[in-house]
Ligand binder design. Structure first.
Ligand SMILES: [Zn+2]
Length: 238
């Protein structure tokens, strides 16, 4: 089962993707399922996820985006959507203006994620507000939550990201828009069970983003883990 862990749905200035557009890209690349959440800039709409799910049934795994500055409102939305089958929460510290290491601000959101058995996917390129050290602190404080570091800390924080994932079992490196060389390095260092493929569509050439896994993973068994097996296990799909 091939699963994209990271695709955006809906529209904002400069970008859009509908459910049928994503389905066509998945079909073109041979991808079975995709985790979807809205674009996170501005007044994002998690209802875009519901609309895509209803137009394209059976292909998407619903995640919601959350801005923890909304506090109780964000927590209530996590519970309401978890009741309806949502499986994960997307955070973007840099866009929403907080430090991922701020476990005081994040505690209500993280407790809800933990209590509902959700996956946490947070932006994790080498921006200062979501550094690997922040991921490490969060993942250590909430060992029950599978934490996906989107973009694997590339470029400058990539080595720190690998070091953190080596020490923390519930921290995974997510490979959306990570170059093939860096993916090969992290799989060589950590083995194939700690990297999870995602596309970050529509911000990519979808088929290229998938095919790069073939280029940088040497065995078919390892490729299937990175391309979906690891995430399927976290989601209880395998
Ligand atoms: Zn993204």
């Amino acid at each position: 089962m091939i699963i994209d862990s990271h695709s955006h749905i809906g529209a904002r200035i400069g970008s859009s993707q509908t459910g049928p557009e994503l389905r066509a890209r998945m079909d073109g690349a041979g991808v079975d399922l995709a985790c979807i959440f809205p674009h996170v800039e501005g007044g994002f709409r998690n209802d875009d996820v519901d609309e895509a799910m209803s137009v394209v049934p059976g292909r998407f795994i619903p995640f919601l985006a959350v801005d923890p500055w909304f506090g109780a409102r964000a927590v209530a939305e996590i519970h309401e959507r978890a009741d309806r089958g949502y499986r994960g929460v997307k955070l973007h510290p840099t866009i929403h203006g907080y430090d991922l290491a701020d476990l005081v601000l994040l505690a209500p959101v993280l407790e809800a994620v933990r209590d509902r058995g959700l996956i946490l996917l947070a932006h994790g390129a080498d921006d200062i507000l979501n550094a690997p050290a922040a991921f490490a602190a969060l993942a250590r404080a909430y060992p029950e939550i599978p934490v996906l570091m989107a973009h694997s800390g590339v470029f400058r924080a990539h080595a720190q990201a690998i070091a953190a994932a080596r020490e923390i079992d519930n921290l995974y490196l997510e490979a959306a828009r990570v170059p093939a060389h860096e993916i090969a390095v992290q799989i060589r260092e950590l083995g194939p069970t700690r990297t999870i493929w995602g596309s970050d569509s529509p911000f990519c050439d979808y088929t290229w983003e998938y095919e790069k896994i073939r280029r940088c993973v040497d065995s078919e068994e390892a490729r299937l883990l990175v391309a979906g097996g690891n995430l399927a296990q976290l989601l209880g799909l395998s």
